[in-house]
Design a protein around this ligand. Structure first.
Ligand code: DON
Length: 592
């Protein structure tokens, strides 16, 4: 793609004339150029921004949802480490500075795409159901779902994968030792850090849920029960010791020995299911990412047990048949087509997606162009299809057989896109006594009963039922876009069911709407997930547009901020542009 060439082309077409004639000629040429351009070209303004300026640098860029994590990861790059070293360091640091979503008690996915053009790989460190888990464990005797059981009890926790996943990434691609990657996190936990406003507000909001558990109260609140205030120093000595055990003993320092013992005792005291053997058995898995192509760009995103990659590619495939660029960003037409495509994808998600180690997922069919073409035929230009008219489609042939995201690019062009989570803000709210970290409530991402929605309103079926040792379906979508075999865009977001659509829109904002990365990240977003049958919009979509959508039969509701996408774009000349999401006040992108 001709990024960076537009201005140059205009200048070279205008040899030395002077004064107003030159100005007029320039204007005429500009109008002509704009009118006749069928193939988009990208100006420097698009890369660097006129509306919202991205961070820019040449040797390395980190975008995370917490400045302190960004800083320690950037230091790794400056000291000669690569993107994986920096990502793992950020991952452990966020587990300290952002306990509501950064985690060692949860799991996630890391996508790695090297600068040498070799095939990208995904590390799946999603939590697993304990071996004693059963299909009906969240139902009462009459088969009704007991909602809180999969959310706020010890039964809500899957076997954590983060420590094993980050260690595996480092072992396969890093140059630092685990001890080195953990050092900044241990220091932040031991010496403490100054609490930002958002940290304090989060603890206030979750007070009732968190203070039910004495270890959570003791870890995250002051002795008198009040939350740490902005500007105060917050220390986590127990977490520092837990992290130190990993630094000293490696992965075994978490999955065996003292920390494992503390987790198992926590489970035994409260009727949880995770056993010593479950912890010993936990293994991250190297997977091939889902691969698609959108308007000439290669899209790599997370494969099952995430639904993210499959549906980002599926929605893009459907939308490729519409002239999105001409229809314009967040116009009624564009939002209409996006919503119609999203509905179809989320309907398929409910039926087909699950852990491929347990169920067959028709991934090839779902992400194929002919299937998208077939789905596109059913989309009307002037009328919303009610969700009740939509059923999961028939993708061809089964193949034989509060989350946080960060993105890193180093000076060799290596890119890492990582999303990990403990599910809700503060996960289950349960802190492992003596170990100082929160347990996830990821089991709620399984379908507690076919057809009963989870906390994000997502419906799941047989493919995502609870089974021992199975990974619960996710929407997390760490994504890397390549152009001509070079890393181009590194992106991903939290946001539960909205992760897929958030990530999708940043990709489209860049590819279809020529936005620089910061503008693409900031732009108001929309979301449809089939059920409930409504388009959710952020503030900033015009009232006229909403009226036009309603006129086509859409129900439109205004939602609070959706997602917190941390992205990096790489210019043709290798310049790195960072776009941190202002929806999270602590987000930052920094380069050097
Ligand atoms: O894996 C998933 O799809 C969810 N557990 C993610 C949760 C999430 O993004 C919450 N963050 N805001």
């Amino acid at each position: 793609m001709d990024r960076g060439l537009h201005q140059q082309t205009m200048e070279t077409r205008l040899p030395g004339r002077s004064g107003s004639l030159q100005t007029l000629t320039r204007m005429a040429c500009l109008a002509l150029c704009l009118a006749t351009l069928t193939t988009p070209v990208f100006s420097q303004a698009i890369l660097e921004g006129e509306r919202f300026h991205p961070a820019s640098a040449h040797n390395g860029m980190v975008a995370t949802s917490h400045t302190l994590a960004t800083e320690v990861a950037l230091k790794v790059l400056k000291d000669g480490g690569n993107a994986v070293d920096a990502a793992v360091t950020a991952g452990f640091a966020l587990a300290v500075t952002q306990p509501r979503s950064g985690n060692i008690g949860g799991g996630g996915f890391m996508l790695i795409s090297k600068g040498d053009g070799s095939a990208p790989e995904a590390i799946d460190y999603r939590e697993k159901a304990p071996s004693a888990a059963t299909e009906t464990m969240y139902q009462d005797e009459s088969g009704n779902v007991i909602q809180n059981r999969s959310r706020f009890t010890h039964l809500a926790a899957g076997v954590p994968g983060t420590v094993a996943g980050l260690a595996m990434a480092l072992e396969r691609h890093g140059t630092l030792s685990l001890k080195q990657a953990l050092a900044p996190a241990i220091e932040l936990a031991r010496e403490g850090f100054i609490v930002p406003q958002r940290f304090s507000e989060g603890l206030e909001q979750a007070r009732e849920r968190l203070q039910r558990w004495p270890a959570t109260q003791a870890t995250f609140y002051k002795k008198d029960g009040s939350a740490w205030k902005a500007g105060e120093r917050f220390r986590q000595p127990e977490l520092a010791t837990t992290l130190q055990r990993i630094a000293d003993e490696g992965v075994k320092g978490f999955y065996q020995g003292e920390t494992a013992q503390l987790i198992v005792e926590e489970m035994e005291r409260h009727g949880g299911l995770i056993t010593r053997q479950d912890l010993i058995d936990y293994q991250p898995i190297v997977r091939a990412p889902v691969h698609g192509n959108y308007r000439g760009y290669d899209i790599y995103s997370m494969s099952p047990p995430s639904s993210g990659g499959a549906h980002i590619v599926q929605i893009l495939n459907i939308l490729e048949g519409f002239p999105i660029r001409e229809l314009g960003h967040n116009s009624a037409d564009t939002i209409h087509y996006m919503a119609e495509a999203m509905k179809l994808a989320y309907a398929d998600r409910s039926e087909y997606l699950g852990d491929t180690d347990y169920v067959d997922v028709p991934l090839k069919g779902l992400t194929s162009k002919p299937y998208a073409e077939q789905l596109r035929q059913g989309i009307k230009q002037d009328k919303a299809r009610p969700a009740s008219d939509i059923r999961p489609g028939q993708p061809p042939g089964y193949e034989s057989p509060e989350t946080t995201h960060f993105s890193v690019v180093d000076k060799w062009g290596n890119a890492v896109s990582n999303t990990y989570t403990i599910n809700f803000s503060y996960g289950s709210g349960i802190t492992v006594e003596g170990a100082g970290f929160l347990l996830n409530n990821e089991m709620d991402d399984f379908s507690a009963k076919p057809g009963v929605p989870n906390a994000y309103g997502l419906i799941g079926g047989e493919a995502n039922k609870v089974e021992p040792g199975k990974r619960m379906l996710s929407s997390m979508s760490p994504t890397i876009v390549r152009k001509d075999n070079r890393n181009f865009l590194v992106t991903g977001s939290p946001g539960g069911s909205r992760i897929i659509t958030t990530t999708l829109q940043v990709i489209m904002n860049v590819i279809d709407h020529d936005m620089n990365i910061q503008t693409a990240v900031n732009a108001p977003r929309i979301h449809h997930q089939w059920l409930p049958d409504q388009i959710r919009i952020e503030q900033g979509v015009s009232t006229d547009t909403v009226r036009l959508l309603e006129g086509r039969g859409h129900k439109v509701v205004t939602n609070s901020a959706m997602g917190a996408i941390q992205s990096i774009m790489i210019g043709e000349d290798g310049t790195l542009y960072g776009g941190a999401d202002p929806r999270r006040s602590t987000s930052s992108a920094m380069g050097y």
